[in-house]
Design a protein around this ligand. Structure first.
Ligand code: NAP
Length: 502
């Protein structure tokens, strides 16, 4: 780990040994609380590093500086802000391997996926810079309404909101922090990040990256500490003007209940269902279901979390999914095993509880239901019924239930009965029918003949019901992190040209 850190020039300023500092007001500091939080490798329990347990007073100082810095950052031209994002992207590309290695250690993500998460974030920064440069205002004549003429004209352009609080989850600690930072900065806001405690180290590097890319002191800040200790303080702080949050529905709902009138962007949990029709391409569907359910051991918001097959295809599909699942590699994230550790033993206990409940209520175990340390074997459950918890709860682990359905109507009903509404999937060769089913599904996005997933990152991304609030995606996020400022021009008759036409 130390060797990987040494590959990143200047990484020494942000740490003492493996104790990482937080970044506020343009400097790296240790918390005066004297307390730190350990980040443990979920694969083998070794301590990857420690991060500061910042106090609410330190949080306050950081927010005050971010607030004082809004004007200086907003005065920069769009081009200057875009250049900073481009430089940051370049640094991410240069440091992708060591940064990916550190992420792999702290959250147990396969090394290749961790490195590609860094590169995806670099691309996100580049695309955000380009989209920001295309932002336009709007001019509207008043003459749409009776009694008004073209002498009244509204002119709007976009202005930043102020200080944006960004809180991300453990499963994409770099990308889902970066996808908040880039649009916030591009829109002219200043930023305070609170990263997840398990997965705090890789996002801390945004401090180094943005500082080197030319972000002035105070514009970007990142403080660490437990959400349960400093989260409410940050969310309720009067100088926070907007919150962009990704995490569980439970935390998201709590945050919404204490945030008051602050605008919120919430990306929350999901229970994405794949409806498989009798005419689906079996090979394509199997591939999508297995990679969708088990990449990063199922710890993805858009993982395939339920399969609802029609009677004519269920047996063949389940047989093929089982064959492919049994071939998944299991073990060390450093060796790129698809199935690695879950983030904590508490999470493993939760997933085991869902499996046990299903088996007690009569589900058929096809494979899995085995655990070593934090690694849980990929588990397939057939004959799952709507009485079982696994039909409704998000496991965030490698377990996939098959709920055999009588017909399309029943599949739509079960899909929609969920408290979540992130994504849905339909597998069929009948595209007309797929469109009709898609219109019935109460979710943000429906994938036709593909696994549920976020991206490419300029697509809109949203959830309904308990899955979220607001829309992400590059141009949508820039819009959400800015507001229109309007001016109305009321022209008088002075200087009016005399028209010759009648
Ligand atoms: P989580 O436990 O809800 O934590 C998310 C973040 O919230 C962490 O940074 C956490 O800090 C912080 N937090 C905790 N309590 C807080 C409070 N009172 N105020 C403010 N912040 C607080 O979620 P997770 O386990 O990291 O992530 C998994 C969940 O995220 C799953 O449900 C998944 O579906 C969802 N997710 C959704 C999307 C999407 O795009 N829809 C994407 C990825 C993940 P600490 O770590 O310090 O507790």
């Amino acid at each position: 780990m130390i060797e990987e850190l040494e590959k990143i020039p200047n990484s020494l300023v942000m740490r003492d040994g493996l104790e990482f500092k937080y970044f506020g007001s343009g400097t790296w500091k240790k918390s005066s609380s004297g307390k730190t939080l350990s980040v443990k490798n979920p694969y083998n329990g070794e301590i990857v590093g420690t991060v500061q347990a910042c106090s609410t007073e330190e949080a306050n100082q950081v927010i005050l500086t971010a607030n004082d810095s809004v004007e200086c950052w907003n005065e920069k031209t769009q081009r200057e802000r875009a250049d900073v994002l481009m430089k940051a992207a370049k640094l991410m590309r240069d440091w992708a391997n060591p940064l990916g290695y550190i992420m792999m250690k702290e959250i147990g993500k396969p090394l290749k996926s961790a490195i590609s998460e860094i590169l995806r974030t670099a691309e996100f920064f580049e695309a955000t810079a380009e989209a920001g440069l295309q932002q336009e205002g709007e001019a509207i004549y008043g003459d749409t309404f009776k009694g008004f003429s073209r002498d009244k004209m509204s002119i709007t352009y976009r202005v930043p909101l102020g200080v944006i609080l960004c809180i991300g989850p453990f499963n994409y600690p770099f990308n889902l922090t970066g996808s908040k930072i880039a649009p916030a900065l591009m829109a002219g806001n200043t930023v305070v990040v609170k990263p997840p405690s398990q997965g705090a180290i890789s996002p801390l590097f945004f401090g180094l990256i943005l500082e080197k890319a030319g972000v002035p002191p105070g514009v970007f800040n990142i403080i660490t500490g437990k959400g349960s200790e400093i989260g409410d303080y940050l969310v309720q702080h009067p100088l926070i003007n907007m919150i962009s949050f990704t995490g569980s529905s439970e935390t998201g709902k709590h945050l919404a209940s204490v945030a008051g009138m602050k605008p919120l962007l919430l990306e929350l949990g999901g229970k994405d269902a794949a409806i498989v029709l009798n005419d689906a391409d079996l090979e394509l569907t199997t591939k999508a279901i297995v990679s969708g359910a088990f990449s990063y051991s199922g710890q993805r918001c858009t993982a395939v979390k339920r399969v609802l097959p029609m009677p004519g295809i269920a047996d063949d599909l389940i047989k093929l999914v089982k064959e492919k699942t049994l071939n998944l590699s299991i073990g060390n994230p450093e060796e790129n095993a698809t199935i690695g550790p879950l983030i904590s033993s508490i999470q493993c206990d939760f997933v085991q509880g869902l499996i046990d409940d299903a088996l007690e209520k009569g589900a058929t175990l096809l494979c899995g239901n085995k655990r070593e340390g934090n690694i849980m074997w990929p588990t397939l459950l057939d004959n799952v019924t709507t009485e079982m918890r696994i039909a409704w709860e998000e496991p965030f682990g490698p377990v996939l239930p098959f709920i055999r359905t009588k017909n399309i109507q029943e599949a739509i009903e079960i899909s929609n009965k969920s408290e979540y509404g992130l994504q849905g999937m339909i597998f069929t060769e009948n595209i007309d029918l797929a469109f009709h089913i898609a219109q019935e599904l109460e979710v943000g996005i429906v994938q036709i003949n593909g696994r549920s997933e976020r991206g490419p990152d300029h697509f809109p991304f949203l959830g309904t019901k308990s899955s979220g609030l607001g829309t992400q995606g590059i141009k949508y996020s820039i819009e959400a992190m800015s507001r229109p400022k309007g001016m109305v021009l009321n022209l008088s008759d002075k200087g009016k040209l005399i028209k010759l036409c009648k």
